[in-house]
Design a protein around this ligand. Structure first.
Ligand code: UD1
Ligand code: CA
Length: 457
């Protein structure tokens, strides 16, 4: 609590688990869902719930994870002796803010929402002032989840882990999600009293409920949505979490004014920005960091990542926009065109079979079919600059670094390795020869040869 009586929160994110079932060299919580590491989703939910302080509990040798959560502080849990032991790894951090409510979340529940965390904190701040608030849910299969044990009045008395439960307790369907709010002033005292005399020989955070009750504190339950508290322990769980995340993102896109012709086939990232009256055809993939302005049409089978698309542009079908593609108003990018680290000015068009990379293309430029910016010489990348209203003929190779001036025309089939002045024509084709009647004579001879062979055979 702050001086003005406002409640404040310290969050502890548990992420020291090895995630053995993922069979991965990457820390489990760094596996992405909708283009962002799982733990990034959890941290965003904490942010959304206006949590003041957060510490992430990681395991030994998880430097990559510590790096990924920067600038947040981390606490290292050297031996993995259970969830209570994990929270205690953050002891100094917790002790530094004894007036805070202590919010414990797991790093492997990427679908948790700020609304649910806010409801948990609000439950702790009711007149009853429960010492512990637990987020419960009813999973389709309670399996290995801890069971929430309630007394006759519905008050939470204990959490029993599945491995330690009696058959009667196993029949309980209300389960522990793992998310908890604890009275910060008493949390360390209660945590220190947790033992490990149980089936797994671990220090269970869940024991805190019975301990708090014995101390005269009340325990409350907030009921959450099963989809939201799903924990990811395997690659199959990861795919399930992805499916839920995609469902949410598609709903958000449509609610924001985008048409998704076949929503199930459109894959969005957590940060995909879509304007109003955007139309997205079937089978379109958005990687991270994409912004699409109003009235853009994205036709079927496009792959878009790290790109900015201006109003009224038409993309695809079968187009690829890679990081750094920056398209102004009314740009048209057609089938089998790849754009990377390139700006295209208003109304410019590249409609067929082209690669435009490391380029600055002006407005009103026409890039003919089969144009390639040759940006790489095997050692370094170089830049192509094309001025406003230039016309690049089909099957042109622009050998960078090279500049084509405004209004210039490049003849089809050219390999341009020298700058072209504004308003000029550049062609590098060999001159065309014509031999009168040659084809007729050639074809007549071939036909006669074939007939002769038939007669002999
Ligand atoms: C835990 C709960 C269970 C609940 C379930 C929900 C306990 C004892 N049990 O069981 O009631 O139904 O979550 O998914 O809390 N972790 C550490 N260090 C450790 C152990 C765990 O950081 O020493 C982290 C893990 O990385 C993970 C989280 O804590 O993010 C939960 O640990 P896990 O072992 O998956 O707990 P469950 O057995 O699933
Ligand atoms: Ca788990």
């Amino acid at each position: 609590m702050q001086a003005d009586g406002k409640s404040t929160t310290t969050a502890v994110v548990l992420a020291a688990g090895l995630g053995t079932r993922m069979k991965s060299d990457l820390a489990k919580v760094l596996h992405p869902v909708a283009g962002r590491p799982m733990i990034g989703h959890v941290l965003a939910a904490l942010d959304g719930a206006a949590v003041e302080r957060t510490v992430v509990v990681i395991g030994d040798g998880m430097a990559g994870l510590a790096n990924a959560v920067q600038p947040l502080p981390t606490a290292v849990q050297t031996d993995r002796l259970g969830t209570a032991h994990a929270v205690l790894a953050a002891r100094d951090f917790i002790r530094a803010h004894p007036g805070d409510d202590l919010l414990v979340v797991f790093g492997d529940t990427p679908l948790i929402t700020p609304e649910t965390l806010t409801a948990m904190l609000a439950a702790r701040r009711t007149a009853a002032r429960p010492g512990v608030v637990v987020l419960g849910f009813t999973p389709a299969d309670p399996a290995l989840y801890g069971r929430l044990i309630q007394d006759g009045d519905g008050a939470l008395t204990a959490i029993v882990e599945a491995k330690d439960a009696t058959p009667e307790q196993l029949a309980v369907t209300l389960c522990n999600s793992g998310v908890m709010v604890i009275d910060g002033a008493r949390a360390l005292d209660w945590l220190d009293r947790i033992g490990n005399a149980n089936a797994k020989g671990e220090y269970y955070l869940t024991d805190i409920v019975a301990i708090a009750r014995a101390d005269g504190a009340a325990a409350a339950v907030v009921i959450g949505d099963a989809d939201e508290v799903m924990g990811v322990n395997s690659r199959a769980d990861l795919a399930d979490a992805e499916a839920v995340a995609q469902r949410r993102l598609r709903a958000r896109a449509m609610a924001g004014g985008a048409t998704l012709t076949d929503p199930q086939t459109v894959y969005l990232s957590w940060d995909t920005q879509l304007g109003r009256d955007v139309v997205i055809g079937p089978n379109v993939f958005f990687g991270p960091n994409v912004s699409i302005a109003d009235n853009v049409e994205i036709r079927a089978f496009c792959h878009i990542e790290g790109a900015t698309v201006g109003p009224g542009a038409v993309i695809g079908p079968f187009a690829r926009l890679r990081p750094g593609a920056d398209l102004a108003e009314g740009v048209h990018i057609g089938n089998f065109v790849e754009i990377k680290a390139a700006t295209l000015g208003a109304g410019s068009k590249a409609n067929h079979l082209s690669y435009v990379g490391d380029s600055e293309v002006g407005a009103g430029v026409n890039i003919g079919a089969g144009t390639i910016t040759c940006n790489y010489d095997g050692h370094v990348k170089s830049k192509t600059v094309i001025g406003d209203h230039a016309f690049i003929g089909s099957n042109t190779a622009l050998v960078a670094p090279v500049t084509v001036g405004a209004g210039a025309i490049v003849g089809a089939g050219s390999a341009i390795s020298k700058n072209v002045a504004a308003g000029a024509l550049a062609v590098t084709r060999a001159e065309q020869k014509e031999v009168t009647g040659w084809a007729d004579r050639f074809n007549a001879k071939r036909r006669k040869d074939k007939q002769d062979r038939k007669k002999e055979g």
